[in-house]
Design a protein around this ligand. Sequence first.
Ligand code: PHE
Ligand code: FE
Length: 278
Amino acid sequence: MTHSNIQDPVVSRQTPRSDFSIDQCWSEYTADEHAVWDLLYARQLDILKDRAAPEFLEGLETLELSRSGIPDLERLNPALSALTGWEIVMVPHLVPDDVFFTHLANRRFPAGRFLRRRDQLDYLQEPDVFHDIFGHVPMLANPVFADYMQAYGQGGLRALNLGTLKNLARLYWYTVEFGLINTPNGLRIYGAGIVSSSGESRYALENAEPNRMVFNLERTMRTNYEIDKFQKTYFVINDYAQLFKATQQDFGPIYDRLIADTTSYDTKEIISEDQLIG
Ligand code: PHE
Ligand code: FE
């Protein structure tokens, strides 16, 4: 597999620190990279203004992510940290699970430094700076969601020890990456994997194919997912406090059940307890 980040000379010349972080070297992004960011940004904003969760759009605004070009962490981090105490660290590629969770548990979000090429606007396998910053950072400006992400990091370290990471990773997938939220104006998107994809931003709300169901913690943890296709099932929360509260309980008993009975559901499956929406 060819990794796009290997073609980023600013990444490949650096030796990552022990926490896998590297320097952004913002001044070394090329004019073309900034232009590709602007193109992605304009395209997504047009789609998302009526589809993204209000908290996501608010985050874009307060953090001034609409400024032209790839964000400079020297500007973005003070702004984000003043709001919720989070900051972004640059990494060369996907980091090992324990490293990822340790960053989250300390309110640091690891982001890829490289940007997708012009011929990859729609899909790439590894998270780049557009997915990681445009997709994830706006929600980190929301205090409740910010706490959820930190708690997830702590929970990740625990799941790693208990051997239940597969289940916990599904929760991340169906909330942080592909979550939908109910609002007075209808369903809206808060998941980073959706907001950074022009195709899935429309599909997630408008296509008749996928299931949209009321969020159920243990159900998400038993639901398989496919990383290279649009989702066949989305889970819908009512607010972030509900999500936070559901995940504040001790997962020990849930993990015991998941270990004793390893039933998992197919991406498209509907079971009797599911509450479908729409
Ligand atoms: N409460 C979970 C546990 O006991 C930790 C967690 C919090 C997991 C938030 C995910 C999200 O392991
Ligand atoms: Fe992501």
